[in-house]
Ligand binder design. Structure first.
Ligand code: DGY
Length: 331
């Protein structure tokens, strides 16, 4: 019998994807991650695993689960999975790109606007009964987004979707990425490639859209903040550890940069205590990037299809390690 384990609560419609496949699915309905040793012990009896970004799939886990043939992450990012170790073990790894691009780009833009225009501060002010009259020098005076310069660090699908939104705000869009787009694509998207230093020096808003890798970890550190404009704001909807959170808190506190809108954190769900204390021009969200009902459903369905296909000998639609050829097995 071919068996799949779902490590945490998902949108259960997704299980329809297994109908008629002959695959047995065991769904754990708890929304809290299992401790590592329990996840290892449970997953050892399965051929496929659907997991979330809060599950750590490392070499130790893979060694304990020799029967496993596919790990499907319900996320586009897969830094929770040791892909090299999975490839060595012959385990296919899949993610959920595309279906969450627009929801995440919307949230990045929401954070940018909310930080620039100090939306949460205005909301808190009004609820506290402090809004007594309209005044020219409003307490929550913000900065213009339209016409400003946006620097995108990473220009994958989500970065490009943010660039398209920025066009509607008449923004100048700069980007830095390890891959440079062909000139025609840059023109069509209305983006200009610059070196990292120039991105920092020229942008009014810097928005992070890179994956977390050894190269991007702490790419935004004290030196990067010092190279930004003192009026600039940092937006991060990608992965927390791309930013040195303690250095960011210090830069905000000391006025090295003016604001930050963060949806992801270095030691999530923990947030640097100093950051939490900063309320002016600092907006903090609980990793809401892809959190719309439709998007989360599509992510779960895609992960389910990925596992089903990998276990049926087909190439899954979003295979991260194509070196691992899918193989049908009896389980
Ligand atoms: C991802 O997909 O990587 C996000 O962080 C969760 O939507």
């Amino acid at each position: 019998m071919t068996r799949v384990f779902v490590s945490q609560e998902i949108v259960e419609d997704a299980l329809e994807e297994f109908e008629g496949s002959g695959i047995t699915v065991d769904l754990r309905r708890d929304h809290r991650p299992l401790p590592a040793e329990e996840l290892r012990a449970t997953a050892a009896d399965y051929d496929g695993l659907i997991c979330l970004l809060t599950d750590r799939i490392d070499a130790e886990f893979l060694a304990a689960c020799p029967r496993l043939r596919v790990v499907a992450n319900v996320a586009v990012g897969f830094d929770n999975i040791d892909v090299a170790a999975a490839t060595r073990a012959g385990v296919a790894v899949t993610n959920t790109p595309r279906v969450l691009t627009d929801a995440t780009a919307d949230l990045a833009f929401t954070l940018l606007l909310a930080t620039a225009r100090r939306v949460p501060e205005g909301d808190a002010f009004l609820r506290a009964g402090k809004y007594t009259h309209w005044r020219v020098k409003q307490e929550q005076m913000g900065v213009d987004v339209f016409g400003a310069t946006l620097g995108l660090f990473g220009l994958g699908q989500i970065g490009r979707a943010v660039a398209r939104r920025a066009r509607g705000f008449d923004m100048t869009v700069l980007y830095h990425d390890v891959h440079r787009l062909p000139a025609e694509d840059e023109r069509e998207l209305g983006v200009t490639y610059v070196e990292f230093e120039e991105l920092l020096a020229r942008s009014d808003f810097v928005s992070v859209h890179s994956p977390l890798t050894d190269t991007t970890r702490h790419r935004f550190d004290a030196a990067a903040f010092a190279a930004m404009k003192p009026t600039a704001m940092l937006i991060n909807t990608a992965r927390g550890p791309v930013v040195d959170e303690a250095a960011l808190a210090a830069a905000l506190r000391d006025g090295v940069i003016a604001g930050a809108g963060l949806d992801v954190f270095e030691r999530e769900p923990e947030v640097d205590a100093q950051l939490v204390q900063l309320r002016e021009r600092v907006v903090l969200l609980p990793h809401l990037g892809s959190a719309t009902g439709t998007t989360r459903r599509e992510m779960c369905r895609m992960a389910a299809r990925n596992v089903r296909d990998a276990l049926s000998g087909k190439r899954p639609e979003s295979l991260v390690n194509p070196e691992v050829a899918p193989r049908e097995g009896t389980g």
